[in-house]
Design a protein around this ligand. Structure first.
Ligand code: ATP
Ligand code: GCO
Length: 174
């Protein structure tokens, strides 16, 4: 089979605790690309709000998403490649990130709420309270097929999930 055009950016999306940072970091290592944590682009007020147990609103999220979209443009224009972890829960959020580029692909980490809740309960030293998981699922709009998503089950070891993503990417050997 013919491989796919190599994207310049992969957006690893899903609810809090679905494994975005873990998978994006390992995937970047596998591909030899840069890893970015989307949380780095939050205005400080957003992190304070989530830390205090309050979900973000659309208004809180737009400047954050635009900053990530700007970073995607910067990386892609420079000819580099990046794997970015970003919740990107709604279609409108993903549209800001992708903004019509065919070299930006979405990777959706798909998992059941009880599995993710168990992983969050065991996670230490993160600002995001496990109590916000229900609101994350309430906000989540699963990517539709017209978004050309790569969808992987998170009910597997990290390296197996990375294998699944790389296989679905079907990249042309460089
Ligand atoms: N495939 C996996 N198997 C077992 N544990 C996992 C797996 N993927 C991630 N984890 C663990 O689950 C927890 C949540 O993962 P991670 O922090 O990467 O999620 P996240 O989506 O980036 O969360 P957030 O959006 O809140 O930052 C971590 O403790 C991580 O070590
Ligand atoms: O859109 C949101 O509600 C936020 O981005 C959260 O998803 C956090 O950034 C992240 O999950 C915690 O690391």
């Amino acid at each position: 089979m013919v491989g796919s055009k190599t994207p310049c950016a992969l957006v690893v999306m899903g609810v809090s605790g679905s494994g975005k940072s873990t998978i994006a970091d390992h995937l970047a290592g596998r591909l030899g690309w840069r890893y970015e944590d989307g949380d780095r682009f939050h205005p400080p007020g957003n992190v304070a709000k989530m830390s205090a147990g309050h979900p973000l609103t659309d208004e809180d999220r737009w400047p954050w998403l635009q900053a990530i979209a700007d970073e995607i443009d910067r990386v892609c224009t420079s000819g580099a490649h990046v794997v970015i972890a970003c919740s990107a829960l709604k279609r409108a959020y993903r549209d800001v990130l992708v903004h019509g580029r065919d070299d930006v692909r979405i990777v959706f980490l798909d998992g059941m709420q009880d599995l993710i809740a168990a992983r969050l309960a065991a996670r230490k030293g993160h600002f995001m309270p496990p109590g916000l998981l229900a609101s994350q699922f309430g906000t989540l709009e699963r990517p539709g097929s017209n978004e050309r998503p790569i969808i992987v089950s998170i009910d597997a070891p990290v390296e197996a999930i990375v294998d699944d993503i790389v296989s679905q990417l079907n990249l042309v050997p460089q």
